[in-house]
Design a protein around this ligand. Sequence first.
Ligand code: E4P
Length: 218
Amino acid sequence: MKFFADTADTADIRDLADAGLLDGVTTNPSLIHKAGRDFLEVVAEICAIVPGKPVSAEVVALDYEGMMREAEVVRRIADNIAVKVPLTIDGLKTCKALTDDGTMVNVTLCFSANQALLAAKAGATFVSPFVGRHDDNGFDGMALISDIRLIYDNYDFATEILVASVRHPIHVLEAARIGADVMTAPPSVIRQLVKHPLTDKGIEGFLADWAKTGQKIG
Ligand code: E4P
């Protein structure tokens, strides 16, 4: 499963990329607001940190013409841009036009398997079902991922399932069990994955015994 960082914080992206953990990045208007940076500038910087790996940048117009106009600006930033469009009819129309033209598209704000089916039919590169927001509203986010996996496999759709709105390590584990193609998570959740109390306890024990040997390495 590919790992994308769901952030516009370039220090975090650099740090995770240096550890070899990143296959791409996703941003959205809220994350750009949080970063407090100019949209085009920060997205260009992110694209340069993870060259060749998809970086999702979202358009904000709601009509087809407006989305296409904004997509023209966004896709000129770098070769690794995936234009992010909402799961609406105009978003799907934009998706079809852009992917026909060779641009990657991430269809976002997906909350049902039928919506995911439409994204695949429109040729989306990625579809982003939001599991955390789904759970928050009393639905089963991971059941949605299983349904989409089943449907995409039934028809050999090439659209990649990008599990989004990930809130904790169990979401990551479940996504991998189901066979999602990608998951995008905040850097804090990606860092949580490394944590295990027995790892910490093991290090502590080994260091205590090593100190007793009185030796040094090098
Ligand atoms: C996905 O691309 C979105 O940026 C993101 O996962 C939204 O997550 P949230 O529900 O934590 O805002």
